[in-house]
Design a protein around this ligand. Structure first.
Ligand code: TA6
Length: 299
């Protein structure tokens, strides 16, 4: 028996290749399915948790230890870090990576496109965010387009009367066969900041992984490719409205410290994140909008 909220969603959108379920943590999950691919989105945080192109394996990774609960970010998929990336610039009491990734978003639209792809639009604004996070007056519209590729576009609008400085990222967790046989191509020659040491380095091509890796590349607009050699595939990540990229693998010690992350799971995942951060942070004037996005595909 579907509960009332699910019934309303099914009545409004059910005939467009979308299905709805109440799952872990009593959260609502939306599945978008068509002949080209399938994706699952949790309304909490508008977190895309899965993307499976037709005939391929899931590009995204979610921890077996992920916690599904109100006010908690889900460990995996594509959490939305907004309106700040990392620690809050002024208030250490604020949650890391902002509040968008654990607030309940609403589903505004689902459209079955003539191309055979499916488009979903999700929405968050100040009225939907607990006051304790001191949200400014904003609107977020997140468009998820599912086909043979997955396109994510986060449109952010400053509805306030003052300039809004925003850092953000689509914090994509990718599934790989073995991090020790995974390489990232496309960041060669780009300066990076090592978030672990503060050291500035020059990106090498390919990036290989032999220890905890946490790098911000503040001037890297080009597409990036993940060569998942153990998994026998390549994942392409094209950037939209973004000149900065984050590459992160927690490795052994950090994985063991994270309560929602299996000790051995570092071997099967890699974050390559599309951001507007560091030198790429955006200053939005009142009424101004910006779209941060990415297009994920596998070859
Ligand atoms: O992806 C880069 C990063 O900022 C890392 O420093 C690490 O903290 C990661 O995000 C995960 O952050 P979270 O708050 O989700 O545990």
């Amino acid at each position: 028996m579907m509960d009332r909220e699910l019934q309303q969603l099914a009545a409004a959108f059910g005939d467009r290749g979308a299905s709805f379920r109440r799952g872990a943590g009593e959260l609502i999950f939306v599945t978008l399915a068509n002949a080209l691919g399938q994706a699952e989105i949790c309304l909490q945080g508008a977190t895309v948790l899965s993307f499976v192109p037709q005939g391929a394996r899931d590009l995204l990774w979610v921890s077996r230890e992920a916690v599904y609960a109100p006010d908690r970010a889900i460990r995996g998929g594509v959490p939305i870090c907004w309106p700040w990336f990392g620690a809050h610039p002024d208030d250490e009491a604020m949650p890391a990576h902002g509040f968008a990734r654990f607030c309940p978003w609403t589903l505004r639209e689902i459209t079955a496109l003539p191309s055979g792809m499916t488009k979903a639009v999700l929405y968050l604004d100040r009225a939907m965010v607990p006051e304790r996070f001191a949200p400014r007056d904003f609107e977020l519209e997140y468009t998820v387009t599912v086909g043979q590729a997955l396109t994510l576009e986060l449109s952010m609008t400053n509805c306030d009367v003052k300039i809004m400085e925003i850092s953000a990222a689509l914090h994509s967790y990718f599934a790989v066969g073995d991090i020790g046989r995974t390489e990232v191509v496309g960041l060669g020659g780009a300066e990076f900041i090592d978030a672990l040491t503060g050291r500035i380095g020059c990106g090498e091509d390919p990036v290989r992984f032999t220890a905890e890796t946490d790098r911000i590349y503040p001037d890297s607009a080009a597409a990036v490719r993940i060569d998942d050699r153990a998994g026998g595939r390549r994942i392409e990540l094209e950037k939209i409205g973004s000149r900065s990229t984050v590459v992160w693998n927690p490795w052994i010690a950090k994985a063991a410290k994270l309560t929602d992350f299996g000790d051995d799971e570092y071997r099967e995942m890699l974050c390559v994140e599309t951001g507007i951060l560091n030198r790429d942070t955006r200053r939005l004037a009142p009424g101004e909008s910006w779209i941060l996005g990415c297009r994920l595909s596998t070859v």
